[in-house]
Design a protein around this ligand. Structure first.
Ligand code: AMP
Ligand code: MG
Length: 346
């Protein structure tokens, strides 16, 4: 299949481009589109054959469900049984990087939900995503637009690298702003369970839900054969080819340890910007942002993990263990999974 790529620089002038992409969605084809979190691999959520082709294109296990992207929070009614707390969350955080899990309507096919009786809905804020969903007139089922197991794509180039020839079209809307996938919260009445941390933080959810639990898989390694509340949490994810070790300890002590490694050219180090002058010696450095600028770190993490794989000479990778507070929890969650839970205390 030939993959057409369209750069969207001025949405107001590119109605026709969006209309063409929307027509492909309605024709049952796959379209990669930008969102504020990461790039999505979309298909008509009401077309089972189209949804099935998402799993094929990604090499995704069929029990790992997709998120239905909607144009307005009210469109959730078409697919899910909503409640008051959903609308309170919607008022505060939608459109935006929040996915809500609710009981599904009978009409939603099992291919979207991986056989579960719940469904994930999200109303993205990226103008290109919104325009596409609106124009298509249907919910767009989408996971991240990467090959299964690879870091989520934060640019159209990442998505192209993984999916060229496997999708009908790629809409290039620039770098994804957040850089990490959406926060996922499952609702049971007024009680939420955080299944995946993201830019909408635990504390932010607590301002709306009566209580917010945290699914164990967010911070811990699952036992063999344990079934997580969010199926995606059980899969190996984001891991670079060379094994990643996370360093836990006081900042200066970790820097001293990194200094001791930095003469080795076969080592890759994901470091803070301000550490660069102290780590000159041969190791390949990947700056992820300033030490306390978690937003920049989130924005860069997946791109940096992809970059590491472009260096065949690297045989081991080291990075800081992120804090668990605020946006740090999302970075922590993605980092421990990329490291297969390998943490070294300094
Ligand atoms: P991705 O955007 O590629 O991370 O894929 C969507 C994520 O949403 C996966 O991690 C799924 O496990 C999660 N998800 C989708 N539907 C549900 C659901 N009904 N219950 C729990 N998690 C879900
Ligand atoms: Mg994904």
């Amino acid at each position: 299949m030939k993959t057409e790529q369209i750069l969207i620089t001025d949405l107001a002038q590119q109605d026709e481009d969006i209309a063409r992409a929307a027509a492909r969605i309605r024709a049952g084809e796959l379209v990669v589109f930008p969102t504020e979190t990461v790039y999505g691999l979309g298909a008509d959520a009401t077309n089972e054959a189209a949804v099935r082709s998402i799993y094929v294109a990604k090499g995704r296990p069929s029990d790992n469900p997709l998120i239905i992207h909607i144009a307005t929070p009210e469109d959730a009614e078409r697919y899910a049984l909503t409640n008051k707390t959903y609308y309170k969350l919607a008022e505060k955080f939608m459109p935006g990087p929040l996915t809500v899990i609710l009981p599904k309507r009978a009409s939603v096919c099992a291919t979207v939900t991986g056989g579960l009786d719940t469904v994930a809905v999200r109303c993205p804020s990226h103008p290109v995503a919104r325009a596409l969903i609106e124009k298509a007139g249907v919910g767009i089922a989408a996971p991240s637009a990467n090959l299964s197991g690879r870091p989520s794509p934060t640019t159209a180039a990442h998505a192209k690298k993984d999916l060229n020839g496997r999708v009908s079209m790629i809409l290039d809307g620039g770098e994804a702003e957040v850089g990490l996938e959406s926060t996922i919260v499952a609702l049971d009445g007024e009680v939420g369970t955080l299944l995946r941390p993201g830019a909408i933080t635990y504390d932010a959810l607590c301002c709306v839900c009566r209580e917010v639990k945290v699914a164990p898989a967010v911070v811990e390694r699952l036992a063999e054969n344990e079934r997580p509340l969010s199926p995606g949490m059980k899969y190996r994810h984001y891991a670079p080819r060379a094994p990643l070790t996370l360093l836990e300890g006081e900042e200066n002590a970790v820097l001293a340890y990194l200094k001791s490694l930095c003469t080795d050219k076969s080592i890759g180090i994901l470091c803070y910007d301000e550490e660069i002058p102290h780590l000159q010696g041969g190791a390949r450095l990947f700056a992820i942002g300033s030490a306390h600028d978690l937003q920049t770190q989130a924005h860069r993490l997946f791109a940096v993990l992809r970059e590491v794989d472009d260096h065949p000479e690297i045989t081991a990778v080291y990075a800081h263990l992120p804090p668990r507070e605020g946006l740090g929890l999302a970075l922590y969650n993605r980092s421990i999974r990329a490291a297969a839970h390998t943490v070294k205390k300094i």
